[in-house]
Design a protein around this ligand. Sequence first.
Ligand code: F0G
Length: 445
Amino acid sequence: MQGDAYLKSIFPDSDLEYSIENTDVLSEKGHMLDVKYKNRPSDKLKEVFSQRRNPQGSIFNESGVWRFRELLNFCQIDTENLEECSKYLVSLDGAEGRQSKPYHMSKAAEFIGISNDNLWLQPEGYNPSGSFKDNGMTTAVTHAKMVGATKIVCASTGNTSASAGMFAANEGINCDVYIPAGQIAPGKLSQAYQFGAQIVEVDGNFDDALKQSLDDAKNHNGYTVNSVNPFRIEGQKTIPFRALEYLEWEVPDWIVYPGGALGNTSSCGKALMELYEWGWIKKIPRIAVINSEGASTLSDLYNGKFEGEELRWNKGKPNAELITRYYDHLDNQGIRPKTKATAIQIGRPANIFKALRALEFTNGVSTTVSDSEMLDGMSVVGLNGFDCEMASGASVVGIKKLINEGIIKKDDVVVGILTGRQKDAMLPVDYHQNPQNRFAIPPKN
Ligand code: F0G
């Protein structure tokens, strides 16, 4: 396995490659990077992964991320040697990804209009810091440790900073988080304080905070843990791995995510590209990305709502100028991303190229939903006894919308990812106090 992993520009006509110890998140030409593996893992590992669900005293088997360690072995270690695992792999005592798997939720299925057997919803909020971010933070901080970083840095709409803060505190390293002041849920902000992160308040939105945090990381020796970091993407591949494993590698027709910075879309796409290339799956599920109406960059560009051109990966030659003109248009018109689902209030999704590649590979789609729809989606998940936040509600109502439009067929098998748990305590209180809301159960007095 030695020398198996390296970094490569995502653009097929570029031969820019870097060693695995590289810490620049972009190539010298500003391209996003992929972690690549020369090795081709055998699908006999499916059995190994299954056996590890009985962890036999190893936290790396307990972990829902490291259980799949052969498929993200950028540390190039002997994955069966637990001493080596302990030396290299960062873990919250095996808790990351451990509780995440797909569930049936009958009330959500009824609301969506799909048979309960065909709908799976996977709550990633049951991660230690309360969102899917822990899947990728585990791997990003593993790489940070590998290169000897002493400070991790991120921008965040709240969940990334909570996760980064938790991992940094566990590892005894510093953590700076850039947040759009006044625009993140109180439960997320309090986590960053609680875990001892240094908060930097940015007078602007997430896109402004990301720019500042990237500058800070570059100029002050910080290690960026946003999803522009290719090692974050490696850990997030385990979200679809767990779904597929639970379905006994019977591939669903659709995997549905809320879309923000598009790290999830990118990681799901990469996971599926690799599994297909390695012959582990014969069919490719379609990815659906659900934007908020108030922060709809991907959906607008993908569906040709700007200048009439449908933006595509185009086999590695996307029309980057179209994206630039779209951003200029937003700036000139003073249009700022705006949604109550602050987790996905993002106008300039950093992973847009990787997401376009994922959509091309999977024949994917993108659409938008409104704030009130997302609140209904969040609330119906609650009625099934599961917890999720407003942005995650987008997966539920996105599936509903795509079924109503005939894009998802009624007998398709659909996995929707519920990305985080409720950290905005007043949202459900306000929702249920208003009897006009579809699922409201107002208080009695
Ligand atoms: N859902 C939740 C709960 C999130 O926190 C985020 C992103 C997303 C969806 C969007 O995921 O970026 O992979 O498309 N939150 C980031 C943060 C930006 O800073 O916590 P994506």
